[in-house]
Design a protein around this ligand. Structure first.
Ligand SMILES: *Cc1c(COP(=O)(O)O)cnc(C)c1O
Length: 387
């Protein structure tokens, strides 16, 4: 039940047991085409490209940073937890000045503040942010942040030092834990670079990352000196025209992922988002009934990060969940270490998992000396699911 890695569907798993076949073949080209076209649906883009990278989700984040912003230039990093901090650390690694707008963990960003920072500092080349901050379960308002970027306008005529034209900063989004689970519209929300990893809502095996690139991003990236070899996105664009990747692709992982993407497309992305939202509402109703507060002020439907009472031995709770009930949760990271547990609502997780997990939580709480009214959490979830 962790927010990544998630369980992998049987049909997808069985493909991983097949003999390896070569990747410079028409068969791979067909797989490449099917996968990238499918991902365009998942990313909600018609205009942009989706490229496949070998690596975990962070590979896509690193590719975004090295391709989008020249060394020595500035980027705005929106920091609200463990994962969004990574944007700032990546920028620093590549000699990019990270202007940080940090909020307390679990808080939203205020689009007006983003606007104020950008209108004061016209040298900021890109804004790096996160769809679902997986360390806190916070669902950030990407559409609102995008509008804030738009609102500083290009009409003011401020010259952009490196394109020679007025332009808005690029919007770069880490959608690793929530694209494929919750609403995220690359084109409509003017996302320039969208990073995703296979092992979260896409139900894949870790080791495959994806990055969506808008036409604007391509234009702007042409002005950036190449700072990477393996992660030079122009190499991937060139190969994509031949329906392949520049380096040996993790073909078995792509084979397996394609099955999951086909299933998401068949269901329809809006239906998938509604399904996740329904499970999220049921889980929240359950936590509320048990008196367990959520960490974030605006929870993402992708997952719940839940606070446990101070008196509870969190390690013991997690170990009972795992060893007695076979339910694996993620614990807290950084400042939330030992205080919370994190649970996904996406991928293969269904109504049965939500109800069963809430029941198991009740028994585990009883075992660690914090009894709740038996059935209260599960009953609230069932009531919500019956609506
Ligand atoms: C999981 C996750 C990452 C890190 O991905 P890796 O696959 O471990 O590299 C980054 N950002 C968010 C929001 C995540 O949930």
């Amino acid at each position: 039940m962790t927010p990544g890695p998630t369980q992998v569907p049987e049909e997808s798993l069985s493909l991983l047991a097949r003999q390896v076949s070569h990747h410079r073949t028409p068969e791979f080209q067909a797989l490449f085409e099917r996968t990238t076209q499918g991902l365009k649906d998942v990313f909600q883009t018609r205009e942009g490209d989706v490229l496949l990278l070998a690596g975990s989700g962070t590979a896509a984040m690193e590719a975004a940073v090295v391709n989008a912003v020249p060394r020595g230039e500035k980027a705005l990093c929106l920091v609200s937890g463990k994962f969004s901090e990574r944007w700032a650390r990546l920028c620093e690694t590549f000699g990019i000045t990270a202007v940080e707008y940090a909020v307390p963990w679990g808080d939203p960003f205020d689009p007006a503040t983003v606007r104020a920072i950008l209108s004061k500092d016209r040298e900021i080349r890109a804004v790096f942010t996160t769809l679902c901050e997986t360390s806190t379960g916070m669902g950030h308002d990407i559409a609102g942040i995008s509008k804030a970027i738009d609102s500083i306008g290009v009409t003011g005529g401020t010259a952009d030092g490196f394109t020679g034209e007025p332009s808005r900063p690029l919007l770069v989004v880490d959608g690793i834990s929530a694209v494929g689970a919750v609403e995220c519209r690359m084109d409509a929300w003017k996302i320039d670079l969208l990073c995703v990893g296979a092992q979260k809502a896409l139900m894949g095996v870790a080791g495959l990352a994806m990055i969506g690139v808008s036409p604007t991003a391509w234009k702007r990236m042409e002005q950036v000196p190449r700072q990477a070899f393996y992660f030079d996105l122009f190499k991937y664009r060139k190969s994509a025209a031949d329906r392949t990747t520049p380096f040996t692709p993790p073909k078995p992982l792509i084979d397996a992922l394609a099955v999951n993407i086909d299933a998401l497309r068949k269901e329809g992305m809006e239906a998938v988002w509604r399904r996740t939202a329904r499970l999220a509402a049921a889980a929240r109703a359950g936590f509320d009934a048990m008196g367990l507060p959520l960490v974030p002020k605006m929870p993402s439907d992708a997952m719940s990060a839940v606070r446990l009472p101070d008196a509870i031995d969190t390690k013991m709770f997690l170990s009972i969940m795992e060893n007695r009930f076979g339910v694996k949760f993620a614990g807290g990271q950084g400042e939330l270490s030992g205080k919370i547990f994190r649970m996904a609502h996406f991928g293969m997780i269904d109504e049965f998992d939500i109800i069963g997990t809430l029941g198991a939580i009740e028994l585990a709480l009883h075992a660690v000396g914090h009894p709740v009214r038996p059935g209260s959490g599960a009953a609230a979830a069932i009531a919500r699911l019956s609506e």
